[in-house]
Design a protein around this ligand. Structure first.
Ligand SMILES: [Zn+2]
Length: 225
């Protein structure tokens, strides 16, 4: 795993940073797909990890949550709106088209079993030095995590930093196929931009050390208040 900032590590689970999870202080954020557990557990074995939190309960974020929580005997945390999906493992309920072939593929090959949620998180809660930011849209209970003192932001899937088909690096809105409410997600993009994040960590794509790329993306995509 890669050290991004003080006590923040990226665990890249697929080539070209296609799927990532993160260790922020003593909290594992997201857990890849169902076959990611060995890689994640190996990466964090020297670290003290006391909690596992989800940005959202999609198959490429909750895939190894159950096995990791059980192996490390740590609690699972997510927003109230995601709780039902994290616990049932029915992680496609909100997709605009749950019967699409990609949705079915994720269900059959990526999704992990559900696991009970020990505590729910809401806007303003603290996770170590990070503040919980509610960023609905991609999923109704999506969360991001922001550490103000150094501007590091765990974006989740509010934006991706790659084209998911070609893997070319660059900022994008998340794919419509897997996004519950595009307009609400656009509001969440603006909410995150208003924090002036310096380092952006995505569910999909490499880390972005922001030098105006975020602002350019917002202008270009005509995402307006
Ligand atoms: Zn997602």
């Amino acid at each position: 795993m890669k050290n991004i900032a003080k006590d923040v590590y990226q665990i890249s689970l697929f080539p070209r940073n296609a799927i990532n999870c993160y260790l922020i202080e003593d909290v594992l954020i997201d857990a890849g797909i169902r076959t990611s557990s060995n890689k994640i557990l190996k990466s964090i074995k020297e670290k003290s990890v006391t909690k596992h939190a989800l940005t959202h309960a999609h198959a490429d974020h909750q895939g190894s949550s159950k096995i990791i929580c059980e192996t490390l005997n740590i609690p699972l945390l997510c927003s109230d709106a995601e709780k039902e999906f994290a616990e049932s493992g029915n992680v496609f309920t909100e997709y605009p088209n749950p019967n699409h072939i990609f949705s079915k593929f994720q269900k059959n090959f990526w999704a992990g079993k559900g696991h009970s949620v020990a505590k729910t998180l809401k806007e303003g809660d603290q996770i170590g030095g990070f503040t919980v930011i509610e960023t609905p849209g991609h999923s109704s209970g999506h969360l991001s995590f922001f550490r103000e003192k150094d501007g590091i932001l765990i974006v989740g899937d509010v934006m991706t930093n790659m084209n998911l088909l070609t893997t070319k690096v660059g900022l994008h809105e998340p794919p419509h196929l897997f996004t519950a409410d595009k307009e609400t997600n656009r509001k969440s993009i603006l909410k995150l931009a208003s924090l002036n994040p310096k380092i952006l960590c995505f569910g999909h794509g490499p880390i972005l050390f922001n030098n105006g790329e975020l602002e350019k993306f917002i202008q270009k995509s005509k995402i307006a208040y």
